[in-house]
Design a protein around this ligand. Structure first.
Ligand SMILES: [Zn+2]
Length: 407
């Protein structure tokens, strides 16, 4: 009989068992006749370390996998790595003190791959040491060609089925990262800005308009009033001149205009916010794009072309004050949309991008056909489907990403 040590030496005992666990006992059996239980594990971003939050989540998955094996199921517990995109690129820029455009694309991609490989190696060690019953024969790495060919295949298939299209459409744009981002990637933070009251001139008299973004004046394509606002009836259907830039825009009536905000008259610009996009589409207004992909003003802004957004804001305010166009300013608390990775305020630009059609009715119908545990998650999905206003922008202007046809 062998001696059992009085002290439990976890370092030596665990090390021994981790070796045995590596020996394929958790592999999914493709030949087995047992009922299958497939776990769709979320692939983490391998940028930092496997942290305590990851450990908690993977324990939940592991409990279920082990329980189902004991109940006689053939369990698949795969492990993937979501390698691409902004988090890795931003990390590489931070570590190497560069921006992605300062080194050749190939070199930048190599730095991203190296960072990812090292992180995966660290994650492997932590997950193995935790004794998670992962099936390492079903591991996938999204930056490998054998994986991204699957992404490209489903892209082509969805395009053939008419579920994907390419179009000029307003998108959320981060001028620092130089890419389109999805709605889910926009964070909001409240900031104090200035509300500027300006005079617009029309044949029917002066219209006073308040805006927090005077730099978008050259992007103004219409002004709108509430049809029930008695003060402004005479302007509806007429035109008004945009100061400084000196061109005519129509005066529209729209019930969404808040009569209590500012003067009750809004300028519709392409694009200050999501509401501008709604109005632009509903009223079939023209496009005046004054901000470019780097966050600078375009030729549409005339003498302000080439200025950054904040420079243009200061200069346009000064010029309007000189001409007595701005007659009042007051502080305004405002919710500003920021890029989730770098916290730069986003702009809404019209860009040629790829979109996935979102069919809310079909999503809700399919949700009904699924057994949900817990049941309230079905409600959450349905609420989300109802809240989606735009189709999903899936193209990104990245270097470290799955290649697809240029948007
Ligand atoms: Zn950004």
């Amino acid at each position: 009989m062998s001696e059992v040590s009085k002290e439990y030496d976890f370092n030596c005992i665990e090390e021994k068992w981790v070796q045995s666990w590596d020996a394929c006992i958790y592999h999914f059996d493709w030949q087995s006749k047992k009922p299958q239980y497939i776990i769709d594990t979320p692939p983490p971003y391998p940028t930092g370390n496997f942290h305590i939050g990851n450990a908690l989540n993977w324990c939940y998955i592991d409990y279920v996998a082990r329980y189902k094996r004991m109940r006689g199921y053939n369990v698949m517990f795969p492990q993937g790595w979501d390698c691409h995109g902004l988090p890795t690129e931003v990390k590489v820029e931070e570590i190497n003190h560069i921006t992605k455009n300062q080194v050749p694309r190939e070199e930048f991609r190599r730095l991203c791959e190296k960072l990812t490989e090292e992180a995966i190696e660290r994650f492997h060690k932590s997950m193995g040491r935790l004794g998670l019953s992962i099936d390492w024969s079903n591991e996938y790495v999204t930056m490998k060609p054998e994986y991204y060919v699957k992404t490209q295949t489903s892209f082509v298939r969805m395009h053939q089925n008419g579920q994907i299209y390419r179009e000029d459409h307003p998108v959320n744009w981060c001028p620092r990262c130089g890419t389109a981002i999805a709605f889910a990637e926009v964070e909001y933070d409240s900031r104090t800005t200035t509300l500027n009251y300006m005079r617009f001139v029309s044949a029917e008299g002066e219209m006073q308009i308040a805006t927090s973004r005077p730099e978008l004046l050259p992007a103004c394509v219409a002004v709108a009033v509430n049809p029930h606002d008695g003060r402004y009836q005479k302007f509806i259907g007429k035109t008004v001149r945009v100061p400084i830039f000196d061109y005519e825009v129509p005066v529209l009536a729209d019930p969404v205009v808040d009569t209590a905000f500012g003067t009750g008259i809004v300028m519709i610009c392409t694009f200050g916010d999501k509401q501008d996009v709604r109005w632009w589409m509903e009223h079939h207004l023209p496009l005046r794009q004054v901000i470019d992909r780097e966050g600078r003003l375009t030729a549409v802004a005339g003498p302000y072309a080439g200025c950054s957004v904040s420079q243009a804001k200061d200069r346009i305010i000064q010029d309007m004050q000189k001409e007595d166009i701005i007659f009042k300013q007051e502080p305004l608390e405002q919710n500003v949309g920021l890029c989730w990775r770098c916290k730069t305020p986003i702009e809404i630009l019209s860009e040629r991008q790829w979109f996935v059609r979102i069919n809310a009715e079909e999503i809700k119908k399919t949700a009904e056909e699924i057994d949900w545990v817990p049941p309230h998650m079905q409600v959450r999905l349905k609420n989300w489907a109802d809240s989606v206003e735009w189709d999903w922008c899936i193209s990104r202007q990245r270097i470290f990403a799955t290649p697809m046809a240029a948007p």
